[in-house]
Design a protein around this ligand. Structure first.
Ligand SMILES: C[S@@+](CC[C@H](N)C(=O)[O-])C[C@H]1O[C@@H](n2cnc3c(N)ncnc32)[C@H](O)[C@@H]1O
Length: 281
């Protein structure tokens, strides 16, 4: 992608079949208005408590308060998630707070089963040939004598039972060795194998941070789209939620995959307006 191209969904107003119900305010209060067992998929990325400079939200709670609050909002997610639902939780760490994703996942173990741990790989170097490494994605300049560049985030796939069937081949990839197609009966003759849990999704290149990424901590539409596809089933029958909507990347993915109904909550009026603009609502 060239530097002049911009983020999907930011290039103009899109038109989707999905019914969007987006509310401004605290997501805990918002989720309390939704009935028990009513949501099929949650894809979300809460504030990481890493001191990120949001417009309004204070991203600097004590660790104890942050985890207490996480239990509160995730408790509402549990209540409204259907028994066969999927809750995809995207979180990253920072050198200053390397335990955070792990502490958060452990805190939620009383509410959910951790069915899959997906690694969102933003940048990677592959040594396909020993003498000729290939790098994909952006690598920040070296500015630390201690820490490696952090090139990945987690996507924890929580479910209520730990036994929810997913559609692995919906996000599958072709076999490198095509003889596997005939060798394994589960392929049913198709050139598709499981992608595994390392998902390489580079950030889209942007021309101008203020114009093209009016939010300091977004995930790519593609990440949310893959979560929807992995959950599987017929999107036109599904209800989806992002309690921390930001500028609406999960909602754009819902629109693109023709999810029936999407709920979103965002505390910040400016981010919510941006999301609405992108969705044409
Ligand atoms: C990591 S960002 C989510 C970005 C989003 N995934 C996207 O790609 O645009 C977290 C968002 O949660 C919002 N937020 C913080 N506290 C909230 C609350 N109690 N209820 C709803 N939204 C909240 C912040 O304003 C911020 O936009």
């Amino acid at each position: 992608m060239s530097d002049s191209e911009i983020l999907p969904g930011l290039e103009g107003v899109m038109s989707y079949q999905t019914e969007f119900d987006l509310g401004q305010g605290d997501c805990v209060a918002g989720m309390k208005t939704l009935p028990d067992d009513s949501i099929d998929i949650v894809v979300t990325s809460p504030p990481y408590n890493l001191g990120i400079n949001y417009q309004n939200y204070n991203d600097n709670l004590s660790s104890k308060d942050y985890l207490k609050w996480s239990l509160e909002w995730a408790g509402e997610v549990r209540r409204i998630l259907k028994p066969e639902g999927s809750f995809f939780l995207n979180v990253g760490a920072s050198p200053a707070n390397p335990w955070m994703p792990h502490e958060l996942a452990l805190t939620l173990r009383d509410l959910f089963q951790l069915q899959n741990t997906i690694h969102w790989i933003k940048s990677i170097t592959l040594e396909l040939k020993e003498s000729d490494p290939v790098s994909v994605g952006h690598f920040k300049p070296i500015n630390s004598k201690r820490f490696l560049n952090d090139c990945h985030e987690f996507v924890f796939h929580f479910t209520k039972s730990g036994k929810v069937p997913v559609d692995r081949l919906a996000v599958g990839v072709p076999y490198a060795d095509k003889s596997n197609i005939a060798r394994w009966s589960h392929t049913e003759g198709k050139d598709k194998r499981c992608r595994g849990n390392n998902w390489h999704i580079p950030y889209e290149t942007i021309a101008s941070r203020s114009k093209d990424r009016p939010h300091p901590a977004t995930f790519p539409v593609e990440l949310a789209r893959k979560c929807i596809q992995l959950h599987g089933r017929k999107p036109k029958a599904l209800t989806m939620l992002d309690p921390f909507l930001g500028i609406g990347n999960a909602a754009v993915a819902a629109g693109e995959t023709e999810i029936k109904k999407f709920f979103g909550f965002e505390i910040d009026e400016i981010y919510l307006e941006e999301a609405k603009k992108r969705l044409g609502v």
